[in-house]
Design a binder for this molecule. Structure first.
Ligand code: ZN
Length: 438
């Protein structure tokens, strides 16, 4: 199959034709009989890569499956996702991570890179089979107990030392457990007023401070999940200035929403870590713009309707985010002048691919490189609704909001997964993906 993306605007603002054949970019002049996609007014980005996705399979298929989550990802412009380990069974053995990776491969919408659990069963007591997962066919490079914090300093230190041997990374969910017992929202005057247990900023910041020192001692790579406070930004900035190998992510929702959303007790806004103050949002945007925070990651966390329509204190933490991430980044970073499209390509594609050691993203959109590309119409606007959610769950905080930008096409390894803004048929995507792999 060959495709010509005609007259697209590249991240740097120049215009070009992009040719795709047999899964890789080729010189447009080498194509014959290609399907032509008119790129007038469309921005071409390297296929987006999410370092933090919950696909829920195995074990929680009523919320999401590898297939439905892959479709949500493709609809949002993603070509690769990292599937977090808090499944059932937990992704703490070579067998489970290989199963998740091969489901992703069969469906073909995106590359699914499983994240391995740091500790067995996410119990925080003994290290999991980290080496076996790294050597498995899934070749795991990112390890995380996400949803839980690796709070035992000795285990964290050993995990860092272990992953260093194969160039892996520990992605920490920074939440000091004792400081956040029963916590429901950001610790503030508003929390007291609402009668909800507060979640102090220091519960996040103290773990990050400890972990950057442990990473320095081990000479290992640390990644900090979903940074949410101005104080966390300060710690990461300090660590980077000292040459510590730390990277950090921010979620789209922490770039836009504040704790004020809790005042209506609408549990769609209940998330871990919690939404913070306006000053934190401003600090996170500035840190993403200046590179202190390396990437945007969705923390896509699907939940069934009943677990979000409960009273605030009983409701689950989390929001879906794959289908809206690019729009929120455009709204908060591009339309505000903080980041250009080359910056978007970096924070949503090449930098997360580099942290996760995902191959095929180091020469984005270049002839000979794997053809992962996302075409976005930045001038489009849409009132975000359930019809834009293509996974199994609808717990989005953006329903009813006017959002800029629309993904027009997504191409994964030369196979279109989204065309004319619509997801393609699963059988066609799976068959074309298999043919492209040979
Ligand atoms: Zn988390």
């Amino acid at each position: 199959m060959s495709i010509l993306l005609s007259g697209v605007t590249l991240p740097d603002g120049s215009r070009a034709d992009l040719g795709i054949r047999d899964g890789v970019f080729v010189a447009p002049g080498d194509l014959t009989g290609a399907t032509v996609i008119d790129g007038d007014g469309l921005r071409a980005l390297p296929g987006l890569v999410d370092l933090h996705t919950h696909l829920r399979e195995p074990g929680f298929e009523q919320s999401e499956t590898v297939l439905t989550g892959s479709r949500a990802a493709a609809a949002g412009g993603f070509t690769a996702v990292h599937a977090m380990a808090n499944t059932s069974p937990v992704q703490d053995t070579a067998g489970v991570v290989e199963q998740v990776a091969s489901l992703g491969e069969q469906h073909g919408y995106v590359t699914v890179r499983p994240v391995g659990a740091v500790t067995i069963g996410l119990a925080g007591e003994r290290l999991s089979e980290i080496g076996a997962m790294a050597r498995s066919r899934a070749a795991v490079r990112v390890f995380s107990d996400d949803g839980k914090c690796v709070h035992d300093a000795l285990l964290m230190r050993r995990a860092l030392e272990y992953v260093k041997t194969f160039d892996g990374v520990v992605a920490q969910h920074a939440q000091e457990p004792r400081l956040t017992e029963g916590a429901q929202m950001n610790e503030s005057a508003l929390a007291s007023e609402l009668g909800l247990v507060g979640w102090p900023a220091v519960a996040e910041e103290a773990i990050i401070a400890r972990d950057v020192l442990l990473a320095q001692g081990a000479g290992a790579r640390l990644h900090v999940c979903h940074v949410s406070t101005a104080g966390s930004v300060d710690v990461v900035r300090w660590a980077k200035a000292r040459g510590i190998a730390v990277t950090a992510e921010v979620t789209p929702h922490h770039l836009l929403l504040t704790e004020d959303e809790a005042s209506g007790y609408d549990a769609r806004f209940k998330v871990n870590p919690p939404l913070r103050r306006r000053e934190d949002v401003e600090a996170l945007r500035a840190a993403l713009a200046d590179g202190t925070i390396d990437i945007v990651a969705t923390d896509h966390a699907p939940h069934p309707v009943e677990s979000k329509e409960a009273a605030w204190a009983e409701a689950s933490f989390g929001m879906v985010g794959l289908e809206s991430a690019l729009s929120i980044v455009q709204h908060t970073m591009v339309d505000t002048g903080l980041l250009d499209w080359a910056g978007v390509a970096r924070v949503l594609s090449t930098a997360p691919a580099a942290i996760g050691r995902v191959t095929g993203y180091d020469a984005p959109l270049a002839v000979g490189a794997p053809a992962h590309v996302t075409l976005v119409d930045p001038a489009a606007t849409r009132t975000f609704g359930v019809e834009h959610l293509r996974g199994r769950s609808v717990n989005s905080p953006y329903l009813g909001r006017e959002l800029p930008g629309r993904v027009v096409a997504t191409v994964h390894r030369g196979v279109p997964t989204v065309l004319d803004g619509e997801l393609r048929d699963p059988d066609a995507v799976a068959a074309e993906g298999e043919a492209a792999r040979g």
